[in-house]
Design a protein. Sequence first.
Length: 325
Amino acid sequence: MSPDSDADPSVQIRRATHDDYEAVADFTSDIWPERGGDYIPRIYHDWLEDDDETDRKTFLAEVDGEAAGIVQGVMLSPDEAWFQGMRVAADYRRQGVSHRLNEATFEWGRERGATVGRVMVFSWNAVSLGAARASGYTPITEFRFAHPEPDPTAEGPCRVSRDPTAAWRYWTHSGAREQLNGLGLAPEESWAVRELTRDDFEQLADETAVFAVEGEDGIAGAAYRSRTYDREIESDGADGSSGGETIPENTTTETWVEYGLGAWEDVDTARSLFAAIARDAADCEADETRVLIPETARYVTDAAATRTDISEEPDFVLGIDLTID
């Protein structure tokens, strides 16, 4: 997102298509070069919705026929919209482009029954954070990723079951739920969060995995596996091409296993939860893991005390009330 002045009526919004790839790749090619570049050109063709999909739409902004910006809206539940991938071309920033794109996605979400819209912004991206606040978003929560190493022999001091009822019960009463405002990673959409329900825990127990830590005084931790995916990487460690582009011969594939929530009571229960996740990730033949944990001093230092790797920076989630036009 980029801060804009008053919306310019010359900005036209339409659905993005595969034919827009070159234009989008061109204006996103100079974004975040110090962090490996923007991901959108790599996933663009896979990212776009199919013609028969009604739960998502990718919007393209044009100024005088030139591609000027892009954003995607996704319905994560009957009343929760997720907005992602907002980009504005350098030549058109502060000209009302992001404002018009936001208007389009907000209206699209309302038409589909959404009462709330949310975005995720990297904590280091001050420009996007400021633009989101200027667009009406308010802070909801922040989180960080922990990265336990897959290990079939990992052990902790507490027993960990796969009981979804126990995991749900812990989540409903946990400090993690309060800190995260009830949100966890959405199993149906990468890099998106939504409100978790009891049905989610039941379904995830059947389809992936759910974990409940049994402490001395009852259930003392919970987690779930949200998805498993493969990512193409170049042999030197940089991201490879994807989304319809030719994959260079020197690329390899690594398997990531993602856990949409990690919640616990203390260091021992954290150690037991991460051990269960490490064993599960090994069963999935994972190369890498990612576990969403609340961004608080206690949760982050608890994870560090278990000697689990953690990401260097948190991510922020902001939301907007779509019942207010």
